[in-house]
Design a protein around this ligand. Structure first.
Ligand code: 5GP
Length: 219
């Protein structure tokens, strides 16, 4: 009876480093063939346990700037005042046109740019249970970053919190399973929104009922 839009939709996820955005998103797309997490391009160096083409595409600053010139990014930003990060445009359009929902795990500057071009995207912000917990996770996760780099990430966090009202939903990641369930529920609810539905199609039998009902209303 209901036809949903054939094109997938964009889900933009932001939140401080080490808050668990990637873990939550990976769990959400697990076993879901209709959902895909975008792979960004960055000029930052590869960390231990990361892989080219899985976590990011790692390029030099010159290569990145060349791609900016060629309009290859849906959005890009300098994050934590140091490195370029960007969402390659083509892969996103290919997946959306194939009917897949695409998750972008990007910073606030990028999210605000997406908001301008895709006003029907869904914006989710992930928060840590507390700053103390985030500090613990950030230090434990440290992939060879300097003290200055870690401090930059904290500075970003305080700036980022001011932008939460630009997002549609906030999820506090105090328990992974709960956070994953919340994100899945948000996505399901979004898909049921009237403005995401293409049209209502009545089959013949339903049309008859509809006419009967309309006749009754006339009487
Ligand atoms: P990390 O270096 O810890 O992997 O990521 C640092 C920050 O860059 C995170 O907040 C992450 O969401 C953001 N980021 C990753 N990819 C992109 C992207 O393509 N565009 C933007 N604007 N931010 C990104």
């Amino acid at each position: 009876m209901i036809k949903t839009k054939k094109e997938g939709f964009l889900i933009v996820v932001s939140g401080p480093t080490s808050v668990g955005k990637d873990t939550i998103c990976n769990e959400v797309v697990k076993d879901n063939l209709d959902m895909w997490i975008s792979i960004s391009m960055t000029t930052r160096s590869i960390r231990e346990h990361e892989c080219e083409g899985i976590n990011y595409y790692y390029v030099s600053e010159d290569e990145f700037k060349e791609k900016i010139k060629n309009d290859e990014f849906l959005e890009y930003a300098v994050v934590h005042s140091t490195d370029y990060y960007g969402t390659p445009k083509k892969q996103i359009y290919d997946k959306l046109n194939a009917g897949m929902d695409v998750i972008l795990v990007i910073d606030i500057q990028g999210a605000l740019k997406i908001k301008k071009v895709y006003d029907n995207a869904l914006f989710i912000f992930i928060l840590p249970p507390s700053i103390k917990e985030l500090t613990k996770r950030l230090i434990a996760r440290n992939g060879g970053e300097t003290h200055e780099q870690i401090m930059n990430r904290f500075k970003s966090l305080y700036k980022e919190i001011n932008y939460i009202p630009d997002y549609n939903y906030v999820i506090v990641n105090d328990d992974l399973e709960t956070a994953v369930n919340k994100m899945k529920s948000i996505i399901v609810a979004e898909k049921c929104r009237v403005d995401r539905i293409d049209e209502l199609v009545l089959d013949t039998k339903e049309e008859e009922l509809h006419e009967m009902f309309m006749d009754e209303k006339k009487d």
